[in-house]
Design a binder for this molecule. Structure first.
Ligand code: CO
Length: 145
């Protein structure tokens, strides 16, 4: 496994609107992207940028709110009504190679690589095999960073 940049931390929320207000007013975030629907995952998504070095973007916060009846995070919100940390996402140079490596290590990979919120291929690995943390693996966007 070739560990890359920590791309984002996923935070589940019952209200993206309320979470945006929190990051803006309490945490001082100045770069908050427009929310959008990601129906394939049953979530509404909003990225909040944190600053990196020398004016670059740092790790993002990915706010995710349930969308529709079959949301991937319905159970999480039921267990955590106020929301909370849901997953962490690391970049890798080659998504298919990373998936093969996790499978070879006996990790429970959840499904085939699919297009994620950044428009690049992602997959998730079950928290039971990942030190208790639901882990998203994402191919580094071409030309990024
Ligand atoms: Co994510």
């Amino acid at each position: 496994m070739k560990l890359g940049r920590l791309n984002h931390i996923g935070i589940a929320t019952p209200s993206i609107e309320a979470s945006i207000a929190y990051f803006r007013d309490v945490m001082g975030a100045t770069k908050i992207h427009d929310p959008f629907d990601l129906p394939s995952q049953g979530v509404k998504v909003c990225f909040v940028d944190t600053p990196g070095e020398n004016g670059t973007n740092g790790t993002q916060i990915e706010l995710i709110e349930p969308l529709g009846d079959n949301s991937a995070i319905t159970a999480f919100i039921a267990k955590n009504p106020a929301g909370g940390q849901h997953h962490m996402c690391y970049e890798v140079p080659d998504i298919h190679a990373a998936r093969e490596e996790f499978l070879a290590m006996g990790k429970k990979v959840l499904g085939e690589p699919r297009i994620g919120a950044h428009g690049t291929l992602i997959f998730f690995v079950h928290p039971k095999d990942m030190n208790g943390v639901l882990t998203e693996i994402m191919e580094t966007p071409k030309g990024a960073h």
